[in-house]
Write a protein that binds this ligand. Sequence first.
Ligand code: SF4
Length: 239
Amino acid sequence: MNQEQRRDFFSRLKLLNPKPTTELEYHSPFELLIAVILSAQATDKSVNLATRKLYKVANTPKEFYALGIAELSTFIKTIGLFNAKAKNIIATCKLLLEHHGGEVPRTREALEALPGVGRKTANVILNTAFGEPTIAVDTHIFRVSNRTGLAPGSTVLQVEKKLLKAVPKEYALDAHHWLILHGRYVCKARKPDCAHCVLIDLCHYKRKLKQTEKAVALFPATKQNTKSHSTGKTQKHHG
Ligand code: SF4
């Protein structure tokens, strides 16, 4: 994909959703940090259900630390790996209070030093809470980057580094959310909805051709046609 195509790629996503943002609910960098820690291997919906109640009781490092692991666990027990997450969150709050004046730090190094915070979480915080043009490569972004040919790579870090070079500057801040939302709702893991995708002519994904052919088929599919699609063999038509 060349620079012009990449610009086209993001201009279309922007047209569909001019102000993309996270689906996690939060009102401060600290609330976002906790929500992102909780969202590892869990849906945003399940995290929002838990944090809506939790943040009414506690929404600062001091209040969380006062809650303690056992009490915090009762609010997040519907979320996968909640025991480990509760321990990490309380340890993180302790560090925030002791070393950062109760504030969420703004550097990658300090963020990654917090328990339960890896590169991906740090990138989300830097991007969404502090407006840095970072990209946190999750399963959706990894898939979209590879399928489309925007930033193919075999590891998360490789894809992240390629994306940082590939995304045109004017789209760098919001690229993270456009790619996640596109992967979550259109370019889905099992059944990418290529027939309704605005990126179809820019995308390199080979299987999309089959879906497009189906979508625009002039003739109803016959058993014979279906077979020829699935095997990829050419078929001779007589008469
Ligand atoms: S055309 Fe298909 S594979 Fe390509 S980005 Fe769109 S949904 Fe994904």
